[in-house]
Write a protein that binds this ligand. Structure first.
Ligand SMILES: Cc1cc2nc3c(=O)[nH]c(=O)nc-3n(C[C@H](O)[C@H](O)[C@H](O)COP(=O)(O)OP(=O)(O)OC[C@H]3O[C@@H](n4cnc5c(N)ncnc54)[C@H](O)[C@@H]3O)c2cc1C
Length: 401
């Protein structure tokens, strides 16, 4: 490790690794990159505990375009990220999201969101009840007024594969990754100058990037700044289904979508099982070390909603569960990517609130453009910049899960 780097990235999971990759892969960037990661097992990183899905069905064009780039990038990942003989295939499973609406308001929202998505070129269709019943005959659609389905560009993939792909390629291209914890940030007026590590070293930095996930606010505070991001617990349940919705036990339910029930309960195939979750009833900030699943959510919220939606989901059994922390932006539940208005060489890539895996490629590319060129060159991410936080001006996105 040297005593000075052009860019020091705090956190080396998907966001930190993506920033390191996009910087080092850009021939116009001539600098040095250090990524500091306190726990390279990544056991508790949001990246590792994610449900690893990507959708273009957002209500804001910026989010649609971020995921369109993510989807394209993930499809070509093995080729782009090849290191030696290792081609990190992310096993992208192209299952669309299926949003179901059963109230006037939900129907109106799906129609309005659809117009935005189509305007961005996303491959999303609206289905009336009869078309929905024909597409997925196992569903009980009696109460459904409208469905919205992503025909392509959506699905699920290997979460840690995405992170390690970025990380390994960035290392090959010259980024240094170290195991240590940033415990202090030096600041002189409108500039950050250095990071202090738990091991005792101090490293000077031209630019610092906050990629510390749910811990983003702790990192910001080291430089005397605030960002409204806190850890919020989400529990994922994997269940076995005696009879798959296709009618045959234990076949790969490949054709089934990632369904978002009107209740907010979601469910998608995961190999021969299904993966599910729900919005929590109460949602306080989680303790940093509290990763205890909320076991009761399955019995009280998820199972009743799924059994009501499909007879195939009446006999299901949990085979695994885990809890992770969303990097939750309490202002507007969306990413904050950009320079701090008062401290221009401190860049934030935080607050993804449940979408950070799919948004990793676009966020990494965007931050690398800010550092290399001083402005965005491809997708303009100014709307999700830090200014709106300071001005208390929420970014509007209605399709939050
Ligand atoms: C249950 C669950 C389901 C999800 N489902 C999806 C999904 O389907 N699709 C999707 O796109 N997104 C999803 N997400 C969100 C997504 O996983 C996150 O937004 C994304 O992984 C955030 O990546 P990150 O690198 O910013 O944070 P993290 O993965 O948490 O990584 C931050 C890293 O920073 C390190 N760090 C923190 N502080 C310091 C420090 N001071 N010094 C050094 N290192 C430090 C940490 O050790 C950690 O490794 C989900 C999240 C959860 C919890």
């Amino acid at each position: 490790m040297k005593d000075r780097y052009d860019v020091v990235i705090v956190g080396g999971a998907v966001i930190g690794s993506a920033v390191a990759y996009f910087l080092t892969a850009n021939p116009d960037f001539k600098g040095s990159v250090l990524v500091v990661e306190r726990d390279p097992t990544y056991l508790r990183a949001a990246t590792s505990l994610s449900s690893s899905s990507i959708r273009t069905q957002f209500s804001n064009p910026v989010n649609v375009r971020i995921s369109q780039f993510g989807s394209e990038f993930i499809r070509n990942f093995a080729e782009t990220m090849q290191v030696g003989d290792d081609r990190p295939d992310l096993g992208f499973h192209p299952g669309g999201y299926l949003f179901l609406a059963n109230t006037d308001e939900q129907e109106r929202t799906l129609r309005e969101n659809h117009a935005v998505q189509i305007g961005c070129g996303a491959d999303v269709v609206l289905w009336e009840r009869a078309e929905l019943a024909q597409a997925f005959p196992h569903l009980n659609v009696d109460d459904i007024r409208l469905a919205s389905y992503g025909r392509s560009g959506e699905g699920w993939f290997n979460n840690t594969g995405l992170m390690y792909g970025f990380r390994n390629k960035a290392r090959e291209l010259g980024a240094e990754f170290i195991k240590d914890e940033v415990v202090g940030i030096g600041r002189e007026g409108d500039r950050v100058t250095s990071v202090t590590l738990a091991s005792g070293a101090t490293v000077s930095a031209g630019t610092i990037v906050n990629a510390s996930g749910p811990r983003a606010a702790l990192t910001a505070r080291m430089a005397g700044l605030d960002i409204p991001v806190e850890p919020r617990k989400r529990t994922i349940f994997v269940f076995d289904c005696a009879t798959t919705p296709e009618g045959t036990a234990n076949v790969n339910a490949g054709r089934l979508p990632l369904m978002i029930d009107p209740s907010g309960v979601f469910c998608r195939p995961e190999g021969k099982f299904f993966l599910s979750g729900c919005p929590p009833i109460e949602d306080p900030a989680a303790d940093w070390d509290d990763f205890e699943p909320r076991y009761d959510e399955f019995e009280t919220i998820i199972w009743p909603a799924l059994a009501e939606r499909s007879p195939a989901f009446e006999a299901i059994k949990v085979v695994n569960q885990w809890a992770g922390h969303y990097d939750f932006n309490t202002l507007d539940h969306n990413l904050v990517v950009g320079r701090h208005p008062e401290v221009a060489n401190f860049i934030f890539a935080n607050g993804f609130s449940g979408h950070g895996l799919q948004q990793g490629p676009a966020a990494g590319r965007g931050v690398s453009e800010l550092i290399t060129y001083g402005s965005y060159r491809t997708l303009d991410l100014s709307e999700v910049g830090f200014e709106r936080i300071v001005e208390n001006r929420p970014f509007l996105e209605r399709a939050v899960i």
